[in-house]
Design a protein around this ligand. Structure first.
Ligand code: NI
Length: 154
């Protein structure tokens, strides 16, 4: 059972700049487990720690290819911008058009505390950029624009 719960638009924790993780402690690992439990339960494809009220630079995602965990992620390069529809678990039932890079390179720690470089593209790149925005208190309501009615998907 999770103790922490989802936080929604209007909750101040979603607007904070999160702190880097200094050390992979048992507390960090249990945070990751809790995030995964909550994300799969909804279900969602990505989650950032502040979305369950924790002010730490941890994101997780799974677009159907297995769970990935990035700690202290930093985008070191971006390529090819694309605007596409995006939702957020903290802003239910709302989709906005958000411009994102289609390809990114990210440096982050994995769960073992090893520094790795990742190349992501397509949906994963979009999800990772969305979740990293959460770590800086940035939401799709800041960066996106409404979907014009003619472009709405039914
Ligand atoms: Ni979100």
């Amino acid at each position: 059972m999770s103790i922490r719960t989802m936080r929604y638009l209007g909750d101040p924790v979603l607007r904070m700049k999160c702190s880097p993780v200094k050390e992979i402690t048992p507390g960090v690992l249990s945070l990751i487990d809790e995030m995964a439990e909550i994300m799969y339960d909804i279900p969602g494809i990505g989650l950032a720690a502040p979305q369950i009220g924790v002010n730490k630079r941890v994101i997780i995602f799974d677009i159907g290819e297995g769970l990935e965990v990035l700690i202290n992620p930093e985008i070191i390069s971006r390529e090819d911008e694309l605007e596409s529809q995006e939702g957020c678990l903290s802003i239910p039932d709302r989709e906005l058009l958000v411009k994102r890079a289609q390809k990114i390179t990210v440096r982050a720690l994995n769960k073992e505390g090893e520094k790795k470089t990742f190349a992501f593209e397509g949906l994963i790149a979009r999800v990772v950029q969305h979740e990293i925005d959460h770590l800086d208190g940035r939401l799709i309501v800041d960066t996106g624009r409404p979907v014009p009615e003619s472009e709405e998907e039914n």
